[in-house]
Ligand binder design. Structure first.
Ligand code: ADP
Ligand code: MG
Length: 142
């Protein structure tokens, strides 16, 4: 696993920004880690790099946010809806198998719906301002 220590919210956004150009249309990325570990902050950095000019907020309550950035980005949060049937009703497969960049917070909550070739990025608290981020994504270290 490739590992990075990030020391601030800003660094977390910069990490997202640096990966934005590596991701391709059709990629599905699962962000995994506790509340407050930096998942949404990381997504903000991705969208900044993709020239999205508006606010990026957590899809905790909306479940799915869609952004028309340089790539179309679909931002999903499994946290509040752990019922797989509900996601199937919403049409999760059409979101997951598309030409968009799909980023899922808490993807690990519903493993059954995830594609096999999913990119995983894990976030862990070290202390107030430091996080450990690790991944098996090959572009993560560059
Ligand atoms: N190194 C860091 N990386 C990311 N967020 C940090 C860091 N240090 C402090 N924070 C704070 O932690 C919180 C992370 O929140 P958020 O990105 O919404 O987490 P999640 O989506 O994982 O629940 C923010 O309030 C942010 O300011
Ligand atoms: Mg979040």
């Amino acid at each position: 696993m490739l590992k990075k220590i990030i020391k601030s919210e800003k660094e977390c956004q910069l990490l997202g920004s640096s990966l934005a150009s590596k991701f391709e249309p059709g990629d599905v990325v699962s962000l995994e880690g506790d509340l407050g570990s930096g998942k949404t902050t990381f997504v903000k950095g991705i969208l900044k790099a993709l020239n999205y000019k508006y606010d990026v907020t957590s899809p905790t309550f909306t479940l799915i946010n869609e952004y028309d950035a340089d790539l179309k980005v679909v931002h999903i949060d499994f946290y509040r809806e752990s019922n797989i049937k509900r996601w199937v009703e919403i049409g999760i497969d059409e979101y997951l198998y598309s030409d968009n960049l799909v980023i899922i917070e808490w993807g690990n909550m519903i493993e059954e719906v995830l594609p096999d070739d999913i990119i995983r990025i894990y976030f862990e608290h070290i202390d107030l301002n430091r996080r450990k981020v690790f991944s098996n994504y090959e572009s993560f270290s560059n």
